[in-house]
Design a protein around this ligand. Structure first.
Ligand SMILES: C[S@@+](CC[C@H](N)C(=O)[O-])C[C@H]1O[C@@H](n2cnc3c(N)ncnc32)[C@H](O)[C@@H]1O
Length: 391
């Protein structure tokens, strides 16, 4: 990282003696001034909540301490204790991944795409695997019910980490203080491991998700499966993440665990095959998986295609809603790509729910194998089944 010019440090010091320390993590004066303002506001809020704990001197000492923490690279969200996820303010704590706005953009787009569909069931069941702060279930609930309230949403967030689950429960409790939240739908959180083989020993008290589902009938079918799993390969962890991420955010949330046989790229992809198998087992009709980049998106889309259960698979970049209606989306490897910027997620759907997404209903598109078979049969005319659908 290039050194900061002395003139900039001097200018910062003349504005406020605490500013130069914030230039390190912020890199420019405007961002450093904003952060100092937020830290001051935070200190004032704490002081107002605990008036008995000293006056200006205590406040100054606290502010100096928070600036020192920030200068060491600690993410501002862990210091202030919150981050916005869409419109929602989500509590953040060390040990749990800070929610990212890119994730929120994909979730909002999914919710906006389906929430006005006429054919939604009266009970809509959403499973969020690797839930972290619980930000995805909370945003889904918030955005869905901001448009309609005639559907009973049942959302389950699953994570392997107790720290995450405690925070998710805390975030839910905070939201439910608003009475309108408490009255609509239901959100729950559960501890389970999405990678563990159900026949393997339960390591360290970890319950394989598949075993949890086997023993509870109510958990066996879901309409929508969403996941933002750990997806960074070990080499990308060192090359693409910042020092602040590596130093303060949990590696458990970012890099899949080691396997004796997997290469670097495969290790980054560890979660997707088990997630797609869970989607198949719980008969999920819509699956939204976050990915790191276009290469990973294409690998995941191919894995999904190989399962032969989906009628449509597409890749969303940032702001998929910004794909202009008049311009056809680009395609790669046979998959449509929507939006601008980095690839963010892979969307798969099957059956009649295509209509929830405003997509053509199945039966009119052929997958690659079907095309090949049709070609090899020349003027093939009789009905042919692919993915269980008559075409
Ligand atoms: C990338 S974070 C996503 C958190 C949250 N959904 C978000 O978007 O901010 C991945 C989450 O997966 C959880 N996780 C890691 N390994 C897991 C496993 N084997 N089973 C279930 N959850 C796991 C981590 O604890 C972490 O909370």
């Amino acid at each position: 990282m290039p050194r900061l010019p002395t003139s900039l440090l001097r200018e910062a010091y003349t504005i406020d003696r605490l500013l130069p320390a914030l230039l390190g993590p912020c890199r420019d004066l405007r961002a450093a001034r904003n952060e100092l303002r937020w830290l001051r506001e935070h200190v004032n809020t704490i002081a107002a909540a605990r008036p008995a704990r000293g006056g200006t001197l205590a406040k100054d000492a606290l502010l100096r301490d928070l600036v020192r923490q920030r200068a060491s690279g600690k993410p501002l969200q862990y210091i202030l204790g919150t981050e916005y996820f869409g419109e929602l303010e989500i509590m953040c704590r060390p040990g749990v991944l800070i929610p990212r706005q890119d994730t929120a953009a994909s979730i909002s787009h999914l919710v906006c795409s389906i929430r006005n569909a006429q054919s939604l069931p009266s009970e809509l069941r959403v499973l969020d695997l690797c839930t972290g702060t619980g930000c995805i279930p909370l945003l889904f609930h918030h955005e869905f019910y901001s448009a309609r309230d005639d559907i009973d949403l049942r959302i389950l967030g699953v994570d392997v980490s107790d720290t995450s689950l405690n925070l998710a429960a805390h975030n839910l409790k905070r939201m439910r203080k608003d009475k309108s939240w408490a009255e609509k739908g239901a959100i729950g959180f559960m501890k389970a491991d999405v990678l563990l083989n159900p026949f393997a020993d339960q390591k360290g008290g970890r319950l394989p998700l598949k075993r949890a589902f086997e023993t509870n009938k109510q958990l066996q079918s879901w309409d929508i499966l969403i996941s933002n799993p750990p997806y960074i390969s070990p080499s990308a962890y060192w090359k693409t993440t910042t020092r602040s991420v590596r130093g303060f955010e949990p590696k458990l949330a970012l890099v899949p665990p080691p396997h004796s046989t997997t290469a670097d790229t495969e290790r980054g992809d560890t979660f997707y095959q088990p997630l797609l198998h869970i989607a198949r087992d719980v008969e999920a009709k819509i699956v939204l998986l976050e990915i790191a980049d276009l290469e990973q998106a294409l690998r995941v889309a191919r894995m999904a295609r190989e399962l032969r259960i989906f009628d449509g698979i597409e890749i969303w970049r940032d702001q998929p809603e910004q794909t202009p209606d008049t311009t056809p989306s680009s395609t790669q490897g046979g998959f449509s790509i929507l939006g601008q910027g980095n690839a963010r997620s892979v969307l798969c759907w099957r059956g009649a729910v295509a209509s929830w997404l405003g997509k053509p209903t199945p039966g009119i598109s052929l997958d690659d194998d079907a095309h090949r078979l049709l070609k090899s049969h020349g003027n093939f005319t009789s009905s042919f089944h692919t993915n269980g659908l008559s075409i």
